[in-house]
Design a protein around this ligand. Structure first.
Ligand SMILES: Nc1ncnc2c1ncn2[C@@H]1O[C@H](COP(=O)(O)OP(=O)(O)OP(=O)(O)O)[C@@H](O)[C@H]1O
Ligand SMILES: [Mg+2]
Length: 279
């Protein structure tokens, strides 16, 4: 079932001098099993938007439909747990998500909260930590003594352990080294291939081009485009300098020299440039 937003507005600090309209009349559909990227300048409303997808934020007006459950203005749905298990959000700042004293407890928190036994939760947590590349030497450590990149991995594991159908990631590769970022993107690709819907907020246009099959462009609280990355980056109506990844510029230069590049060659080039081995 797709995720739908119907004329969603979000106003922060309504009726105060700090009132700010962060989402303005956003309507969109995110298809099941898609790999959807959300892009847009700083402050355009990306993080605000994704927090509506599992009722972490409620619309000021309009409706959000997730897994058949409708989230309405200013009203937390009764089955909010179901929504949160279905669609997991990994925050832009992982510090916001970690609070237990041990890594393993932190990752077990979600599954326990959703009714798993302690053994089941431990198993799910261990698997999720392994998926994000953290071995058992991390289990007893405090999340607050980890590096930024390690903390981000724990935060991602915390969501994966709940086995969501939709994984929503707010700039998940920020703060990771190239190898770590590559490992993460490979993991998300694998989960996508296994049938998970992936929603990725990013400023990295190369990631959009290489991994996403849908892209939503935001500007000042509005969705200005929803299309495929290929049409966005290569299409005739392409505008704006921020949507021109280096790879696209390079390919344009090569084409201008009269050389032909096939889609397969383009993909190989993308993998080569990124240094990633994504099958
Ligand atoms: N809690 C809040 N109270 C008031 N205004 C807020 C709050 N959170 C965000 N905003 C404002 O809403 C707008 C959208 O913020 P949001 O965090 O959704 O942007 P973003 O697209 O995720 O930006 P970035 O790329 O920098 O992460 C910004 O102008 C921001 O200042
Ligand atoms: Mg943000």
């Amino acid at each position: 079932m797709p995720i739908k937003l119907n004329h969603v507005f979000h106003i922060y600090s309504q009726n105060t001098p700090f009132q700010f309209e962060a989402l303005q009349d956003v309507s969109l559909v995110i298809e099941e099993k898609s790999f959807t990227a959300i892009i847009g300048h700083t402050g355009s409303g990306k993080s605000t938007l994704i927090q509506h997808l599992n009722a972490l934020l409620l619309p000021t007006s309009g409706e959000v439909e997730v897994n058949g459950i409708v989230i309405r203005a200013n009203q937390l749905p009764k089955n909010v747990k179901k929504i949160r298990q279905f669609a997991g959000v990994v925050f832009q700042f992982p510090e916001a998500q970690l609070f237990e004293e041990r890594v393993l407890d932190d990752v077990m928190f979600g599954p326990l909260n959703f009714g798993k036994t302690k053994n089941e939760a431990r198993e799910a947590a261990q698997l999720a930590l392994q998926q994000v590349g953290l071995d058992s030497s991390f289990f007893e450590r405090s999340p607050f003594e980890l590096s930024g990149g390690e903390r981000r991995r724990v935060a991602i594991a915390g969501i994966l352990a709940m086995q969501p159908k939709v994984l929503i990631l707010d700039e998940p590769t920020a703060g990771l080294d190239p190898e770590g970022a590559s490992h993460m993107m490979s993991l998300f690709t694998k989960l996508h291939q296994q049938g998970m819907t992936i929603i990725l907020v990013t400023h990295d246009m190369e990631l959009v081009l290489q991994f996403a099959n849908q892209v939503i462009v935001m500007e000042q609280g509005k969705v200005i485009t929803q299309t495929s990355p290929h049409i966005l980056f290569y299409g005739a109506s392409r505008q704006d300098s921020f949507i021109s990844p280096p790879l696209v510029q390079l390919i344009e230069k090569i084409r201008k020299k009269g050389k032909t590049i096939t889609a397969n060659q383009e993909r190989s080039l993308a993998n080569f440039i990124a240094g990633w081995k994504v099958s």
